[in-house]
Design a protein around this ligand. Structure first.
Ligand code: URA
Length: 264
């Protein structure tokens, strides 16, 4: 669909400065459309058809942004907050221009995969309770997680508010006994205790769901990391707090996935 707009608006949208800075630059002959200098900021262009350049640099227009963040601890999954640092605060100014927002929430102390986008339709569909998009987490849990827990989670467990969860898949990856003074501060526990490293896939996203599921079987989540959401898998090359744009293939996978409601 053709989308015509003023050239100053296009340049502001793509982060080339404020409207008044851009006006000045246009007057100064820094902007070309189809190779010709344009001195009128109100010149109308079709950003998908016309070649616009600023100071000789080609301006590539786009509407949507899709970012994969490895969320660190201590930031909240919101766009802005009066007091707390948000995941959007971690983005470079140029990546904030298109106003991406987090798709769903991770708790302040949860790390791992968080998708940020301004594609409201995709976000809405990925979050729709009818879609049952898989979310896979890895966690260190205080307690000896075993077969009984896996069976309970496969059946569904009753949370503190009475809600019974949908079937979820639990795998135990590793067990340790912590001696009270574990050298890893996160896994430090008061007394000699069993710790279990687990992987859990859930298909819904209730408030604090993973933590509350373990509470329902008498155990406590110590650390929580999201590894995957639907077909999107955390890029382990991203350190905590780092992010990158999704590849074209990843966006297409998400788009394909959203149409596949698993609701009966
Ligand atoms: N479940 C939780 O308890 N916390 C999260 O951040 C995500 C899932």
């Amino acid at each position: 669909m053709a989308e015509r707009m003023r050239v100053d608006k296009l340049l502001a949208h793509m982060g080339f400065g404020t409207r008044s800075e851009i006006k000045k630059a246009v007057k100064g002959g820094k902007v070309t459309v189809e190779g010709k200098v344009v001195k009128d900021s109100g010149f109308i262009v079709d950003p998908f058809l016309h070649t616009v350049a600023f100071d000789g640099e080609r301006v590539v227009y786009r509407n949507f942004i899709y970012l994969m963040l490895n969320k660190p601890q201590g930031v909240i999954s919101a766009t802005e907050d009066g007091r707390e640092r948000t995941v959007v605060d971690l983005l470079k100014a140029e990546d904030r221009l298109l106003q991406p927002f987090p798709v769903g929430r991770l708790d302040k102390d949860t790390v791992g995969l968080l998708l940020l986008t301004n594609d409201g339709q995709l976000a809405h569909e990925l979050l729709s309770p009818r879609m049952h998009v898989d979310k896979t987490y890895e966690a260190w849990v205080l307690g000896n997680v075993g077969q009984a827990d896996a069976e309970a989670f496969a059946q569904g467990v009753r949370l503190d508010d009475g809600y019974v969860t949908m079937p979820a898949e639990l795998t135990v990856l590793e067990k340790r006994t912590a001696e009270g003074t574990s050298s890893d501060p996160v896994l430090h526990v008061e007394e000699k205790s069993s710790l279990s490293l687990i992987q859990l896939t859930i298909r819904e996203g209730k408030f604090h769901q993973v933590k509350r599921m373990f509470e329902s079987v008498g155990k406590r989540v110590l650390t929580l990391k999201r590894l995957a959401m639907g077909p999107l898998v955390l890029d382990e090359g991203l350190g905590l707090g780092q992010y990158r744009e999704l590849t074209h293939e990843e966006v297409e996978l998400l788009r394909g996935h959203r149409g596949k409601s698993k609701a009966e």
